[in-house]
Design a protein around this ligand. Structure first.
Ligand code: S3P
Length: 435
């Protein structure tokens, strides 16, 4: 593990571009691998999580290669994936694991899934349950975790599944299993989550409908689907932009433009909550890239105020709470968050990890069962000075980097390596923006 110290830094200025969206990058590779023919992807995130998806798809017969600044995927067709000869190593990536489990559930092949220490603690029962109903069988480790073996079923049985947790990964796993399942597979979503799977599958030519019924979203996919190849332009990841949006908001005199940020309404909650706190965010040149709303974000330093965050907004910023907690630690007054039980089963227990990391950095934090209550400093830099544990969690690492640059003595994280899972050039961009 390589520790890294983030020292107080000057204003963030200039123009930066964050890497491609992680969720869209995974899906671009997966759907390209299932199309018949050649798809081209621009702006693919070349982070470890996405590379784990690429390696798994290659191990099952797809051809995936980089060609200059594009990625080229030659697909095998829906139902055409081959049995991998070795365990599929998912690294740190929950999205790769759960979406690929869904894909394979309706293929007549057997596969083993392994992952790192963080991923091996995360619950897979949430996808095993619906996929078992469709006919796949699973042998997980105790507690429903990786490593696990699975045997797909062909033909699988279509189901109608109401999501018991607000999870785009579970929704996507069932829909992807539905791709190679004869009939209509449907998912009922009481609380909307990121909708990239729906948007992109339609773009690849799948027969997929989304309807609002009794206040719930009902998504139906008709299988078996024929996917046509697609050229995809991946917008910048709002989850990555969020670290810079918070950093520019809390470091005095900052004035930063982050170009090409995806602003899908199922993803942009962090920017809306920061604005409620008083952040100065302008959405410039609003446009569409790859079927997703995109803008350049101009963020200027502004004093933030503590707020009660509406739990209803959580699904649209589920990965951004760690960095929101940092903003709250620098705001004036108290910020209260609730309804965040899901944060305990991310790459780490993000409520516990951020409560203890922020305390080490000098913030006043109370940890509750389903959220944190943070007493802000009113803009005074945190004392800093300690070493914080990142628990193999990229977002804890980057959040505490942001805390470090807004501290007196700096903040040291025990390991900077996890950052490469989603944002390989984070350190370079931070140095560039804060120079
Ligand atoms: C993701 C869904 C979310 C999110 C993850 C990516 C996706 O997970 O936390 O980083 O690409 O579908 P959940 O579905 O478990 O909330």
């Amino acid at each position: 593990m390589t520790a890294h110290r983030f020292m107080p830094a000057g204003p963030l200025t200039g123009r930066i571009r964050v890497p491609g969206d992680k969720s869209i990058s995974h899906r671009a590779l997966m759907f390209g691998a299932l199309a018949v023919g050649r798809s081209r992807i621009k702006g693919l995130l070349e982070g470890e999580d996405v590379l784990a998806t690429a390696a798994a798809l290659r191990a099952m017969g797809a051809t995936i290669a980089r060609d200059g600044d594009e990625w080229i995927v030659d697909g095998v067709g829906v139902g055409g994936l081959l049995q991998p000869s070795q365990a599929l190593d998912m690294g740190n990536s929950g999205t790769s694991t759960r979406l690929l489990m869904g894909l394979l559930a309706s293929h007549g092949i057997t596969a083993a899934f392994t992952g790192d220490a963080s991923l091996s603690q995360r619950p897979m029962g949430r996808v095993i349950d619906p996929l078992s109903t469709m006919g796949a069988s699973f042998t997980p480790s105790p507690g429903g975790t990786l490593p696990l073996m699975m045997e797909g079923m062909q033909p699988a049985v279509p189901i109608s599944y109401r999501l018991p947790v607000a999870s785009a990964q579970v929704k996507s796993a069932v829909l992807l299993a539905g791709l190679n399942t004869p009939g209509i597979t449907s998912v009922i979503e009481p609380v909307p989550t990121r909708d990239h799977t729906e948007r992109m599958l339609r773009g690849f030519g799948a027969e997929l409908t989304v309807e609002e019924e009794n206040g719930e979203r009902v998504i139906r996919i008709h299988g078996p689907a024929d996917l046509k190849p697609c050229d995809i332009d991946v917008p910048g990841d709002p989850s990555s932009a969020a670290f810079f949006a918070v950093a520019a908001s809390i470091v005095p005199e900052s004035d930063l433009v982050i170009e090409n940020v995806g602003l899908n309404p199922t993803r942009d909650g962090i920017f809306r909550v920061l604005e409620q706190m008083g952040a100065a965010i302008e959405r410039l040149d609003q446009r569409e890239v790859g079927g997703e709303p995109v803008a350049d974000l101009r963020i200027r330093h502004a004093p933030l105020n503590g707020i009660e965050v509406d739990p209803g907004i959580a699904p649209s910023m589920i990965d951004e709470f760690p960095v929101l907690f940092v903003a709250a630690a620098l705001a004036k007054g108290t910020t209260v968050t609730r309804g965040l039980e899901e944060l305990r089963v991310k790459e780490s227990d993000r409520l516990a990890a951020m409560a203890s990391a922020l305390r080490v950095a000098g913030a006043r934090v109370e940890e509750n069962e389903d959220g944190l209550t943070i007493e802000g400093s009113g803009g005074t830099p945190l004392a800093g000075g300690g070493i914080v544990a990142t628990h193999l969690d990229h977002r804890i690492a980057m959040s505490m980097a942001v805390a470090g640059i807004a501290s007196e003595a700096g903040v040291e994280i025990d390991s900077a390596e996890p950052i490469a899972t989603s944002f390989p050039n984070f350190l370079d961009l931070l140095a560039e923006a804060a120079s």
